[in-house]
Design a protein around this ligand. Structure first.
Ligand code: ATP
Length: 306
């Protein structure tokens, strides 16, 4: 057996109390080198608190945490130097232009070529000539993204990175994430919805009320997910042919058209359909959001997270 490489983020039994209020209850989480990891949960679940602990922006109350093999409590400065971090509550009050601010931050990280900053700004449609404090929320978010990506850090920790971005820019952002992964670097990003990370994440975890309730491999989730299928044939077909096929449910046959939901592989349905002349075959993208959140809600109800 090969020894697994050390995780880039390793969290064991993490607790965090804000005074008498417990925000995290013994969180365990491990992020592997080179993966894109989605950290999901509703508002107030504890995502930002966890992320702040990783960067030593708040101190943990208990448990063990390693980031790039380092302990945030003793090596926070070294971690912050090596990580690209986008805070969830990014505040930019500087009178500097975005170009000046990003050049300054780039110098703090050992120097980032102006062309690299310009390229990212162009991709995100960010005007670098404006003072950052006059920027809209969406444009500030773009400044935050540029500073997190620009020095090509080995680990990116992004707290709600797509908040305030329009759909076109969200897509551009996801491409930037893909590029980071293609270079073997690691991304840990939070979101309150799965749809923002499902196309790009290798794995995703759900945190709820300070507890981890699920960790999922996205490919496995996709394979399990149900798809809506519609097939139109050249001539009417009998419902009985399709009713007992593996994975097929919610079957409706209306003359020459079959509608159903397929769970898992559509192989049996496709082979049965192929006995006839198929005129149209539509299959909608599975709704992972449904599957994912149904799954973790069930688990939570049978668990101890009351
Ligand atoms: N500085 C603080 N002082 C006291 N309580 C806090 C503090 N920061 C967070 N909390 C509480 O800890 C819990 C977790 O908050 P956290 O911000 O980590 O959640 P989140 O999942 O990131 O949600 P959001 O997306 O709304 O920020 C919440 O109950 C929140 O009210």
């Amino acid at each position: 057996m090969h020894a697994a490489p050390d995780p880039v983020i390793d969290i064991r039994g993490l607790t965090k109390d804000y005074g008498a209020h417990r925000a995290l209850f013994g969180l365990d989480l491990s992020v592997r080198a080179g993966e894109v990891f989605g950290f999901l949960g509703p508002n107030g679940a504890g995502k930002s608190t966890t992320i702040r602990v990783l960067l030593d922006l708040v101190r943990r109350s208990g448990g063990e945490v390693r980031v790039l093999g380092l302990d945030p409590r003793t090596d926070g400065v070294a971690i912050r130097r090596r990580v690209g971090y986008l805070p969830g509550d990014l505040v930019l009050t500087s009178r500097r232009t975005a170009r000046d601010l990003l050049a300054y931050l780039g110098d703090l990280r050992g120097g980032v070529p102006a062309a690299r900053i310009a390229e990212l700004a162009e991709r995100l449609d960010l005007d670098l000539s404006r003072p950052v404090r006059s920027l809209s929320k969406g444009n500030r978010q773009k400044v935050g993204l540029v500073q997190a990506f620009m020095h090509r850090p080995e680990l990116l920790v992004l707290d709600e990175p797509t908040s305030g971005l329009d759909p076109l820019l969200q897509r551009e952002f996801l491409e930037m994430v893909q590029e980071v992964r293609a270079e073997g670097r690691t991304v840990f990003m939070s979101s309150h919805v799965l749809s923002e990370v499902q196309d790009v994440a290798d794995r995703a975890a759900v945190v709820r009320r300070g507890r981890l309730v699920a960790v999922e491999d996205m490919d496995a989730l996709r394979r399990r997910a149900a798809r809506r299928v519609r097939v139109r044939f050249a001539a009417p077909v009998a419902a009985a042919e399709f009713a007992s096929l593996a994975g097929v449910r919610d079957l409706h046959v209306d003359g020459d058209t079959v509608r159903c939901v397929v769970e898992g592989s559509p192989d049996a349905l496709v082979k049965q359909a192929a006995r006839h002349t198929v005129l149209e075959f539509d299959s909608a993208e599975p709704d992972l959001e449904d599957l994912f959140f149904t799954y973790y809600t069930d688990r939570e109800e049978s668990g101890d997270a009351a």
